[in-house]
Write a protein that binds this ligand. Sequence first.
Ligand code: NAP
Length: 525
Amino acid sequence: MTTAASNSYLARLRPLRLPRVCVAVTGSDAAEMIQKAEALIRDNSFLEFRLDYLHRPALALTKIKQFTEYHPHMVAIATCRRAVNGGKFRGSLVSQLDILAKASAAGCQLVDLELQSALRCRPQQLQRLRAGAALILSSHDFRATRKLEETLQKMVAISADFYKIVTTATTLFDNVVMMKFLEKHSDQHSLIGLCMGEQGIISRVLGLRAGSVFTFAAVSEDERTAPGQVTAQELQSTYRIEQVDAATRVYGVAGDPVAHSLSPAIMNAALRRETVNGVYLSLHAKTLKDLLACVRDIPIHGLSITMPYKEAIVRHLDNTDSHTTKIGACNTVVRAQDGKLYGFNTDAAGVVRPLQQRIVLEQAKILVLGAGGAARAAVFGLKERGAEVYILNRTAGPAQKLARQARARTIKRPDLKKLAFDVIINATPVGMGNTRESPLNEGEIKARYVFEMIYDPPETRLMKLAKAAGAEVIPGIEMFVRQAARQFEIWTGKPAPWDEMLRVATLTLQERAAAKNAMNNSTKR
Ligand code: NAP
């Protein structure tokens, strides 16, 4: 690293040991930016001042100086990216350089200059900039992850202390490309590399172990300075980025969409509680092919499979458990040491376990509403435990087929009034989201327990009707957490911290409901 070693500024910076996460701070004016920085500095000692977000960046410099003097142990980057290069600064190149030089005099130990601007600078201009701060030369591709080698070649022709290459992930595999690139070049150059976009999460969490000197995070969800940026809080507490190392096993939930999955919150909480060196990510896979390529290359040790891949993944697996074979759908994949993929279905456990805690399943009379994937898991799981299972579905065909396969019975809706059950299970989506529908009417609920598979909303109309009819309700979140707990056990061989997972899942749902209410209220005003 000849360029870096020759820079006396970097030599002074090195003992500071750069923290691994830099939080990008914006603001509508200098006062707001500093106010945010003050709020962040207790938990984050590494901040990037996005001066280009300010209407008049130069006016912030005195305040930044006071701030850096007051917090001598912090590390600050000053960025004033020009609008033509993807930032927001509308001034000239000369004013950009002037602001960056003043920011370094105000205590920012690093300055970020984009490649396009640097290419237009004279060597002396860059040298002057590096006299006061370490220079991060940056390149951003807002569309794709491509030409990394070429870009690096162009960049290293200019002396800088760090080379930052940020691209956009349009597939999960783009993360693999970025991480291989980091692994290949981080011995020769101080690199910062990551992919933006929802699909870039892998590189944000695993990029450090591939060789990125640090990574970037947002202050909060609505203050992202780059698409797909994760919040500092998420990187630190959910993904425990400080602990991710070469031995960290990678797990994830794969589907399309997956943005609202509860799995990362509860699985990372479980990994933390059981001190498993693992991290669990949200993998937005637009195709199975893309997902499977990542499983091999990253490598990914375990996957939760969700819509729409539960059925389609089965034929890509080397072996499956008996539940997966019978149900015809897989929700859990394990990658063995030899790279082989094994499939399991834990949805059956998600239904059976909560019921076993409450009743004896042998000969229990259970009605399953629906005949789709979740209903199939319930019917096979319950039949295996000796329950007497009845199926009621909107369309007769799938119900009859399932009943034949599982040796269960079908019933017709008018018969409901005459029958009483130990448990009624709703395995249809009726009542999900904002709908206030129920798959059964008041007079049709004659059961000791009503098991609702839906968990969003936490209380459906069916649950209310069931309570009014004197039944005990089992909420969908129990199934969700139980099937996740079983996945955890399959992957780690350890008992899952089920109560901690349920606590985190419930809390996350409550927080989301509160955020939704707040948003609705603000739009009403
Ligand atoms: P699926 O494979 O699409 O099956 C849906 C089933 O519901 C089908 O039998 C379908 O009947 C029936 N259905 C759909 N719309 C209906 C309507 N308007 N009226 C009456 N019946 C209707 O879905 P799935 O994967 O089995 O999931 C079913 C539900 O379980 C979803 O709400 C899902 O979120 C929930 N789930 C929860 C968990 C958990 O962990 N808590 C796990 C898995 C699933 P037809 O055959 O007539 O189309």
